[in-house]
Design a protein around this ligand. Structure first.
Ligand code: PLP
Length: 387
């Protein structure tokens, strides 16, 4: 019945953990679920109010425009200017998305022909790979290794693969690893993309979730980036709006137009009221995001310390909502035993790709008292109790 593209999807590796989680709950275990990457904090009230008001506006009750309201795209451009000092033309270099996942999933359809390749990091957000396959392309894996600071080694990509590649997917600050990229890396990426005529698609939903005052970069800050790159951005993580489904893709106007062409044949745009509220979100005083960041910073600090005290190898992330701990051996088995002994659920790294094996991802998107409780349980367990 099903097409090959469905049949050939990788097995759902989280199924075992989901089952174990349900069974633990049924036994009465007080499960602390640190496996989800979905902010627990509510959307700030002024944004919710803006939606309520905009929902009553009859002009929002009809089909929205395909590319998004110019007012929303202008708000995105203004936000990029203020945040990264990047100038964008809202008419040509900004496209509204139904969440950035939607744009990422559709983008390869605009550029990949059968036999083309896309360079895909591993471990990674699974959408880059499946979207490539759905478009008839072949994912070529770029391993993200600890010895390379979890950045892909561009020199390890064979010239043949580089020539076949139409797209390179990147994501910094990175989910699931929590690693960040610096200017020199992005510069190398842009030079590489120019040499081989590759479109760089940088997924950047965690740009505002940074710690210790170290601001994260947009690839578009780099000279020449606009010749080869687009960046996916999202309101989901910055403003606790994962349920709202709104984001954008910005940068190279030809690439933006290509994605727009696909979308206009698939969806009919983002609900106007959500865009109106999105404008209010993007225009929020910086204090709104600072407050969210302060809460996350505290959670990161305490969970990092607890995992370190267990003897796990990990680095304190400069950004994102994730701690990526090296546990050695099977990550599925480790996560299973962790749940058994502590009631804490973490994500086995292998679920993000073969190079995620040996690691486990801990997310900080539970209420602070729950993270504190997780820390207490980890402390009680003492050193290296899982092995
Ligand atoms: C959360 C996340 C997104 C954002 O998805 P939306 O569709 O905008 O909610 C994109 N990429 C990565 C890596 C993420 O973790």
């Amino acid at each position: 019945m099903y097409a090959d593209r469905i049949k050939n999807l990788p097995p759902y590796l989280f199924a075992a953990i989901d089952k174990a989680k349900q069974e633990a709950r049924a036994r009465g275990v007080d499960v602390i679920d640190l496996s989800v990457g979905d902010p627990d904090l509510p959307t700030p009230e002024h944004i919710v109010k803006a939606l309520n008001k905009a929902a009553g506006d009859p002009s929002n009750h009809q089909y929205p425009s395909y590319e998004g309201k110019l007012a929303f795209r202008t708000a995105v451009a203004d936000w990029y200017k203020e945040t990264f000092d990047v100038d964008l033309d809202p008419k040509k270099e900004v496209l509204t998305l139904i969440g950035s996942k939607e744009g990422i999933a559709h983008a390869p359809l605009a550029f990949i022909n059968p036999g083309d390749a896309a360079l895909v990091p591993d471990p990674a957000y699974p959408v880059y790979r499946t979207a490539t396959v759905f478009a008839g392309g072949e994912p070529v894996i770029m391993p993200l290794l600890r010895e390379n600071k979890f950045l892909p080694d561009l020199e390890a990509i064979s010239p043949a693969d580089a020539r076949r590649a139409k797209i390179m997917f990147l994501n910094y600050p990175n989910n699931p690893i929590g690693a960040s990229a610096d200017r020199s890396f992005f510069k190398k990426v842009i030079d590489f993309a120019k040499d081989y005529n590759i479109i760089v698609m940088h997924d950047n939903p965690y740009s505002e979730t940074y710690y210790d005052g170290e601001r994260s970069l947009s690839i578009l800050e780099m000279e020449g980036a606009r010749d080869v790159a687009v960046e996916f951005h999202s309101l989901s993580k910055t403003y606790n709006m994962t349920g709202w489904r709104i984001g954008s893709v910005v940068g190279n106007s030809d690439v933006v137009a290509g994605i727009g062409k696909i979308k206009s044949n698939i969806d009919s745009g983002t609900f106007g009221a959500v865009q109106d509220a999105g404008i209010v979100a993007l225009e929020s005083p910086r204090a709104v995001v600072d407050e969210i960041r302060t809460i996350y910073q505290h959670r990161i600090e305490i969970l990092y310390k607890a995992l370190k005290d267990l003897g796990l190898q990990l680095e304190k992330p400069r950004a994102t909502l994730y701690l990526w701990a090296f546990v050695g051996g099977s990550s599925i088995e480790y996560a299973g035993r962790l749940l058994e002994k502590t009631g804490i659920v973490a994500t086995p790294g292998v679920g993000f790709g073969q190079y995620g094996e040996g690691y486990v991802r801990f997310s900080i998107t539970q209420a602070t008292p729950r993270i504190e409780e997780a820390v207490v349980r980890l402390e009680k367990m003492g050193k290296d109790p899982i092995k």
